[in-house]
Design a protein around this ligand. Structure first.
Ligand code: HEC
Length: 139
């Protein structure tokens, strides 16, 4: 009888030993990163901007380089990621992102920096397919 629980315990122990595990990164992507990109960026960066602009609809598209050969997202290096430079441009910079009335908050920018610093986890397939989403701040 007790033998039945041993595999379950083994799996639970193995998971809790992984440093900042895959499931933790997946959780961060789904609860923090994806909503901000979907509510603030996808209305434009969905593949419809004339090429070769940034397309945030999927991992494969988002990890492409810009026309000038720069990385939009460089895992582990937020300061070399064009996505971060674009949201940090202050004031009236013409290339400040998002190009809407609503800028990202410092918390949201910090969250994106942390996400890239920690490897920019982005799942393949439907879980990692992003669509524009309306929100209270950005209807
Ligand atoms: C209202 C439309 C709109 C929204 C919303 C928007 N962008 Fe953009 N973005 C543009 C356009 C247009 C360009 C210029 C296209 C190009 O790169 O040639 C651009 C360019 C960029 C670039 C390239 C900048 C550069 O220096 O080359 C980045 C990175 C970027 N956007 C990130 C974002 C992120 C991240 C968000 C969400 C926080 C966002 N954008 C929201 C319209 C938008």
């Amino acid at each position: 009888m007790i033998l039945r629980f041993i595999p379950v315990l083994f799996v639970l122990t193995a998971c809790s030993l992984l440093p900042a595990g895959r499931s933790e990164r997946a959780g961060y992507f789904h609860t923090q990163v994806k909503p901000v990109l979907q509510q603030h960026c996808l209305q434009c960066h969905n593949g419809s901007l004339p090429p070769p602009a940034l397309n945030l609809a999927s991992k494969a598209a988002a990890f492409k380089r810009s026309a000038s050969g720069r990385d939009y997202i460089l895992a582990g290096a937020p300061d070399r990621s064009l996505l971060i430079s674009a949201v940090q441009r202050g004031g009236t910079h013409p290339q400040m992102m998002p190009r809407t009335e609503v800028s990202l908050t410092d918390d949201q920018i910090g969250m994106l920096r942390e996400w890239i610093e920690d490897g920019a986890y982005w799942p393949e397939g439907p879980a990692g397919t992003l669509h524009a989403q309306k929100s209270a701040e950005n209807p």
